[in-house]
Design a protein around this ligand. Sequence first.
Ligand code: ZN
Length: 168
Amino acid sequence: MIVEARTPLKTRIISSLAEINAKKATNTWQEQTHWIKITIPEANQSDLYFYMGCNNCGRKAFAEKGDTYTCSHCKDNKAIAIPRVTFTFTAVDTTGTKKFTIFTKQVETLFGLTSSELHSLATSDDASKLDEKLNHIRSIEVFIEVGPSVALNSSRLLSWVIRNISLE
Ligand SMILES: [Zn+2]
């Protein structure tokens, strides 16, 4: 007998992209977050951006992949330059669309690969593996938790960032 060892999902109240797009800075507070169920029908390789970053603090590294260097941000003198990645995409639901950029950890969750693995696929002569991944991502439903960006307080211009990403 197969027993599914799955933890029950938290109950999420799902908002829509139209609701998020209609919010104004004056009626949104910093801690307010919303889960939205989206698809990414146009996920493309060209929307992946790789750069080298510190394995300790994640900030930009002026070093080659795998090199040890002294990080000017966290002062780690044994920092190793590792691939970091951003992914910019248009989220789609039945009510609208919205563009987001996600960073290393969230990209790794979405692709189910580490940044290093993703970097290897993206720079490989064999494009088929990354194509397969992107095809899969175009076909699945993704849950994103969005909240106002930290700029909300200073500029009163409301923009949304992804705080969490989940595939179930
Ligand atoms: Zn660092």
